[in-house]
Ligand binder design. Structure first.
Ligand SMILES: C[S@@+](CC[C@H](N)C(=O)[O-])C[C@H]1O[C@@H](n2cnc3c(N)ncnc32)[C@H](O)[C@@H]1O
Length: 344
């Protein structure tokens, strides 16, 4: 059954309205029909978008320098397995992947170098990595209007439908600086996810790498229609109802909300900075230096990869790295300069 039909049926069964978070969950993650849960190509030049590990091995080899001291790694949402291919092999490497289809692809590619787990371990010691995972988590939509704070959901025929916001969503929306008219997202699922991971961490760090901002930038007056975006064949657009189940739907990450959730669960903020600053701090220039600069055919693609990862016009500034942890006493190399934790 295609995702659209599945969603239309659920809206009818629910009396004509579902939250946008539920819509996004079905369109992206519902077994069998969701975008991540079905066979679409997704990653790389032939797919819909390119992530940092898909560009080549430079991102992974640089990140490896930060992970050196951690005895094991748990990667969440490993996609096509590109990052795991670079990082696994030297230590225990676990993957937690919600998409059965992607987990299958990862197993085929990586074999015994990795071990898949179906749920978070009860207690974990090591490093947890989530690269471009939080942006794919379902978000609730909120519409600040002259009549009060509404929750924007989905009605019959896949059309926007507002209802008065209530409960945890209303409480979260009331704490934000938005003034009507304004529409934006609130990632309740991401906050709950953060709390769970921190509670799981006995000793170690979680690295969240994704596009997003601290709260004052996220809910800036000029960003009055939010950050929701869809990706199809390398084209970005803003209509999440265009191709449910066949394209990616994402929202930027509110890093302040993640940091708050981490602290509330007993975690410590170990660092927050831009992807460019993090990779430079980890020694990306040394990794580049290992390449054969004499051979232009070899060097040109690596230089192009570095440019994409670091340039403020590409991934360097929009993407951030947030590390939270418990029991990590030594400072993390990736935040040795330009730490922006105070902005969260
Ligand atoms: C945009 S892809 C990124 C893949 C990969 N990390 C990369 O950078 O190329 C999102 C990945 O996260 C997975 N995912 C989404 N929500 C998840 C969750 N709550 N826990 C674990 N994996 C999740 C998806 O199935 C997919 O593999």
């Amino acid at each position: 059954m295609p995702a659209r039909q599945r969603i239309v049926e659920e809206i009818a069964a629910a009396g004509g309205w579902i939250s946008f978070a539920r819509y996004m969950q079905l369109a992206l993650h519902e077994p069998g029909v969701g975008y991540y849960a079905s066979g679409a190509r997704k990653f790389g030049p032939a797919g819909d978008f390119v992530t940092a590990p898909e560009l080549g091995s430079l991102f992974g080899r640089t990140l490896a320098r930060q992970l050196g001291d951690f005895e094991r790694v748990l990667e969440l949402g490993a996609g096509s397995g590109s990052l795991a291919e670079v990082l696994s092999g030297e230590r225990e490497y676990l993957i937690l992947e919600t998409s059965a289809e992607l987990a299958h692809r990862q197993r085929e590619r990586l074999g015994p170098r990795v071990r898949h787990v179906q749920q978070l371990p009860k207690r974990f010691r090591g490093a947890v990595i989530a690269n471009e995972v939080v942006d794919a988590m379902p978000v609730h939509l909120v519409h600040w209007t002259g009549r009060g704070i509404m929750e924007r959901g989905v009605g019959p025929g896949l059309a926007w439908a507002d209802r008065p916001a209530a409960g945890e969503l209303l409480a979260a929306a009331q704490r934000l600086p938005a003034s009507a008219p304004y529409v934006s997202e609130i990632g309740l699922a991401a906050r709950a996810w953060m709390r769970t991971i921190v509670e799981t961490l006995e000793q170690g760090a979680l690295f969240v790498i994704d596009y997003g901002f601290p709260r004052h930038e996220y809910y800036h007056a000029q960003r009055s229609t939010g950050t929701l975006m869809c990706h199809h064949r390398h084209q970005a657009h803003a209509d999440p109802f265009a191709r449910p189940g066949e394209e990616d739907i994402t929202a930027h990450v509110d890093f302040s909300a993640l940091a708050e959730a981490a602290r509330a669960a007993g975690g410590e903020i170990l660092g927050y900075t831009s992807q460019a600053q993090f990779l430079v701090n980890c020694g990306i220039t040394d990794v580049l230096g290992e390449a054969n600069v004499e051979n232009a055919l070899h060097y040109a693609p690596i230089a192009a990869e570095a440019q994409k990862l670091l340039s403020p016009a590409e991934m360097g500034e929009l993407f951030k790295v947030l590390a939270v942890g418990r029991g990590v006493t030594a400072p993390l190399a990736g935040f040795s300069r330009g730490d922006r934790s105070a902005s969260l």
